[in-house]
Ligand binder design. Structure first.
Ligand SMILES: [Zn+2]
Length: 247
């Protein structure tokens, strides 16, 4: 399996990082997890545009994880892509067709069919991909309840299996505890290092994993803890680097 972090930046944009995006090549498939701003350029840079991608998985609907999707779909349309594209969404998939219509990117005009699916169905279509709901969006509970909003607060983490070892992409998290069953004994974790408390991220050293890539920025608390007590399992994720998990 090989993977490339197309965007390692936090939700607050900066000049040196793109927003969330992860390319994974596994079992002859080309998968994209999250699609923040800058993803279309990153796909071009790494020769992953046109007919390459098989499926896109969106972990949750914060703009730094989904705002690039619309430019990717427009780019593939303008590139005359023909191959069907699956888009796995975290919640309310029917809304996506309305948003595309709102944006004048009408799927019936695309030369490539798009298939809108739900993240919890990922494994049915891709046996190497499993998904688990995390607690990332749970902080909105009070606001959503008080305002009687329909948002289901779904946010997913993903595990991608290969013979040489598995990769977990946590996307954003409230706590590592909420997805510990998904993470345990995988080879590499791409971990949200900014939202969970430092102790939650540091727990990964006991999860039987071989490499922890700190992603999406880093909280001052975690940065301090790792400066005082460096742990070789933990490294910063490098945007654009080609990583691999090999036997
Ligand atoms: Zn985020």
């Amino acid at each position: 399996m090989k993977f490339i972090l197309l965007g390692t930046g936090p939700g607050l944009p900066n000049l040196t990082q793109n927003q969330s995006g992860l390319y994974v090549g596994v079992n002859g498939k080309n998968l994209l997890f999250d699609c923040g701003e800058g993803t279309s350029q990153q796909l071009l840079k790494h020769d992953l545009a046109g007919e390459t991608l098989d499926a896109v998985f969106i972990s949750h609907y914060h703009p730094d994880h989904v705002s690039g999707l619309f430019m990717v779909l427009q780019m593939l349309y303008l590139q005359s892509r023909q191959k069907p594209l699956q888009i796995f969404l975290p919640e309310r998939p029917a809304f996506m067709m309305e948003i595309l219509q709102f944006l004048y990117t009408f799927p019936p005009r695309f030369a490539y069919p798009i298939q809108i699916l739900d993240c919890h169905e990922a494994e049915l279509y891709h046996e190497e991909v499993s998904s688990a709901l995390s607690d990332h969006l749970r902080g909105y509970t009070e606001f959503i309840t008080a305002n009687q909003l329909p948002n289901p607060m779904n946010s997913y983490s993903f595990r991608i299996a290969s013979e040489a070892g598995d990769l977990v992409y946590t996307s954003d998290l409230g706590t590592m505890d909420s997805i510990m069953n998904l993470v345990r004994d995988c080879h590499t974790v791409i971990a949200d290092a900014i939202h969970p408390e430092a102790g939650q991220v540091l727990k990964l050293q006991y999860a039987g994993v071989k490499r922890i890539l700190l992603n999406h920025g880093i909280s001052p608390e975690l940065e301090r803890a790792l400066a005082e007590n460096p742990l070789p399992l933990f490294e910063f994720a490098h945007e654009g680097q080609i990583y691999s998990i090999e036997q």
